[in-house]
Design a protein around this ligand. Sequence first.
Ligand SMILES: NC(=O)c1ccc[n+]([C@@H]2O[C@H](COP(=O)([O-])OP(=O)(O)OC[C@H]3O[C@@H](n4cnc5c(N)ncnc54)[C@H](O)[C@@H]3O)[C@@H](O)[C@H]2O)c1
Ligand SMILES: [Zn+2]
Ligand SMILES: [Zn+2]
Length: 458
Amino acid sequence: MLSINGGRPSVEHKAIKTSVLHGLILLPEQGKTRARRVFDTIIPIDATGGSVNVTMSRIGAPPEETPWHCAHLAASASLRLEAGSPTFKMRRTRRDDASDLPLVINSKTQLKFNMNAVQFASRDKKLALVQVPTPVISHPREVLVKVAYSGVCGTDLHIISGNFPCNPLPLTLGHEFSATVVDFGSEVTHLTRGDRVVVDPNSGCHKCGFCHSGRPHFCTTGGFYANLGVKNHGGWAQFCLCSVEQVHKLPKEISLRVAALAEPLSCLAHGWGLISPVPVGANILVAGAGIIGTLWVCLLHLHGHRRVTLTEINPSRRLLLKELMDDTGFQLKTPQDVQNSGANFDLIIDCTGHGPAIESALKLLDRGGKICIFGVAPPGAKIEVSPFEVYMKELTILSVKVNPFAFPKAVALVQALSEKYLDYEKLGVKVFELEDFPRAVELLKTGNITKAIFQISE
Ligand SMILES: NC(=O)c1ccc[n+]([C@@H]2O[C@H](COP(=O)([O-])OP(=O)(O)OC[C@H]3O[C@@H](n4cnc5c(N)ncnc54)[C@H](O)[C@@H]3O)[C@@H](O)[C@H]2O)c1
Ligand SMILES: [Zn+2]
Ligand SMILES: [Zn+2]
């Protein structure tokens, strides 16, 4: 049944015609009202009150066996909004039987439209700065953080261009952020308000075979807070809700500003484990000088590698990284120059996410060589590989998917790299206000910067 539990969720009337209703759906599970789902819905608010039809769609994890992107269960109900200064009262007037799941709107739902967020609506591929309700703690293991710095990365550009699946509902993007803890549920005992943290955007269901065998990044359902910024609301907002398992405290030596790079570094840390061992002295090619390729350059240098070539097709990016290249003594070339040189490599790390680039790179592998597909190609991309050549050269082709259990390593990496390498100027990273998101995205798209980071608080 759909009901509003006796309470009086209220909407602060700000003379806006449309806003987002944010709340909780409680799904009784085996007789207990345990599982929760966060939902958002667009709700037209008429200053005079009256009935409106609202469609509610689940944003949280789908039933276990269903891939999340297919499982956005929708249920509709007619809600009545009564005008009343300065708040509206809301009550159920009708239930739609289309859904067989019992839905309950929690009476504790606070509807204060007082938080700025940049949301992406996949239906019309538009980004917009909107005011949404500040999330509230509603579960004992939940943590609410105040976002400090929040990154924009290549994956966000894939999402914005429609090449990477994301939640179809208006979604706050942002999966790379540092923050401070502002609130938490009763079971959270090791955090204090004001703690400086980074948030792992990924989490598993803790129930499936993949999660139980230490591979939560293959979990098909994810937890309630899985894929922040892709499936659930992320960090391009003033506040973000996550689970306690996703929060990692920062040592005092690490600034919130530089900690915004912890998430991409967590993926590199996982990748480092997969490509290892890499003998010092190996001839290494990193393809693609976005922030990911640039961070790989730093990591390789930190580990003592000196025979490293970085390729990049975009002249602005090549220019941007000149100082870092001078510092490391690494080569920065066009892919064409590398091909013409006839060089072969022991290890190639693709950071382009571009099918043809990966195909060309494979041909540059030396005997016994290894290629790491780190870049995320569009789902439909195809490449041609010669199995004979793979046999003859004993090639290894491996890939890296995000960051299972890698956040502690990432925090350590931020610390190890920060003094010498993580200088935003040299890395081509630029900091923006959240309101300046169109310029941030545009500069990243054109390659005039390697990364945009929103400074949201601090
Ligand atoms: N595997 C993971 O867990 C993981 C984690 C984070 C990001 N990624 C992926 O890594 C990739 C890089 O991320 P980013 O933020 O640096 O993206 P980006 O788009 O800013 O950088 C990619 C760079 O590759 C360059 N490029 C394209 N074709 C090339 C070619 N043929 N030769 C050389 N350079 C070429 C582009 O000009 C661009 O500068 C993205 O695909 C992203 O989705 C993967
Ligand atoms: Zn990212
Ligand atoms: Zn799982």
